[in-house]
Design a protein around this ligand. Structure first.
Ligand code: SOE
Length: 353
């Protein structure tokens, strides 16, 4: 593990649940590494990422955003497989360097877009692929939280030096577009955007990054839609919703109701309950808890870790978010900032690597 915060704790839990031994941890200082190692029950600390990478099979990068790219690259160059938190990098250029480095080294390199691992998300994706929505007409995505609503709320992400030039979109908009494109099997090709800051100053320092972003999108397949991302929406804790509507019907997934799938039809909507016996194969594979027993975030994280390690062993699990998907999210974040700054439509870069 690189890092000792909430995400390192979540990764350590998921890694263990997926059968790994968490053997060593490094952090920004020796003291914080030792503290985190004790708290997470990790037996050893390492002085830096290179030393860490030499003693393990897989490095999980859970450090602040601005150092993700440097840490992931150091781990790859030392020969390790890498799981790197999102945003993979704070610029699309750096993310592209990582994709190339991982390819050249032949290592498994994944990004925890974990909401892909809710079984009902896989069910939605399978149904969309099988034609349940027909030709996609509209997409609607929202990702709303409220933990940055108070002017006193502060976090390292507010500082662009640690968090990068985008805050809300890089942090959670990246999940939103990944989930939307994953379920739709379609890609955003151009967008227009506007961003907002709730407070000009937080904890005595000027705020330069966005609390909210509103984005209008067009997809390659010809659908149009909107994305609303906010970390200042009172009462919303982790409200990630994606709705896809087409000529034959609609689907909606809601991450706070992960055991359900909303299906829209002109004659009325139905809500499908997660029941492994009635799901498509990929959804049933991830549905590791019996029907009626709620699954959630930690189950999705564990499934992500399990599939990452399966790929390390040479398998090819379907739907595993790789560094190329992290690059995709970085390009979309980049496009949102450029569109907001210019007030114009911006194409999303689709070039290879
Ligand atoms: C905070 O916004 C956060 O923890 C994100 O950083 C995670 O990626 C998201 O899964 C939940 O919210």
């Amino acid at each position: 593990m690189v890092g000792g915060g909430f995400m390192a704790r979540t990764h350590a839990h998921a890694a263990r649940a997926a059968g790994a031994h968490v053997v060593a941890l490094t952090s920004s200082s020796r003291e914080s590494a030792e503290r985190a190692a004790r708290a997470l029950g990790v037996p050893e600390t390492a002085p830096d990422v290179v030393a860490l990478a030499r003693q393990v099979d897989v490095v999980h990068v859970c450090s602040p955003n601005a150092v993700h790219a440097a840490h992931a690259l150091a781990a790859i160059e030392a020969g390790a497989h890498v799981v790197c938190e999102k945003p993979l990098a704070t610029s699309a250029g750096e993310a592209a360097v990582l994709v190339r480095a991982a390819d050249e080294a032949g290592v498994t390199a994944t990004v925890p877009f974990v909401y892909r691992f809710h079984p009902m998300v896989r069910e939605a994706r399978a149904r969309v692929a099988a034609g349940a929505v027909g030709r996609l007409l509209t997409v609607r995505g929202t990702y709303l939280q409220d933990w940055m609503l108070d002017a006193g709320a502060d976090d390292w992400r507010v500082d662009p030096e640690a968090g990068g030039p985008s805050r809300a979109f890089a942090d959670i908009g990246s999940h939103l577009v990944d989930l939307l494109e994953f379920v739709a099997g379609d890609q955003v090709v151009r967008l227009a955007a506007t961003i907002a800051r709730a407070h000009p100053v937080r904890a005595g320092r000027p705020v330069l990054t966005e609390d909210a972003a509103a984005v209008v999108v067009e997809t390659r397949g010809g659908a149009v839609g909107t994305l609303l991302v906010s970390q200042v929406s009172a009462g919303r804790k982790n409200a990630l919703t994606v709705e896809l509507a087409g000529t034959a019907g609609a689907v909606q997934v809601e991450q706070e109701r992960p055991d359900e799938l909303w299906l829209g039809r002109p004659e009325g909507a139905t809500v499908l309950a997660r029941d492994p016996a009635r799901l498509s194969p990929d959804a049933a594979r991830l549905s590791t808890v019996p029907a009626g027993h709620p699954m959630g975030y930690l189950d999705a994280f564990e499934a992500f870790a399990r599939d990452t390690y399966a790929r390390v062993r040479g398998e090819e699990p379907d739907g595993l978010p790789r560094f190329a998907d992290g690059l995709r999210a970085a390009r979309l974040t980049d496009a949102v900032l450029r569109a907001a700054a210019s007030g114009t439509w911006v194409p999303v870069d689709h070039s290879e690597g």
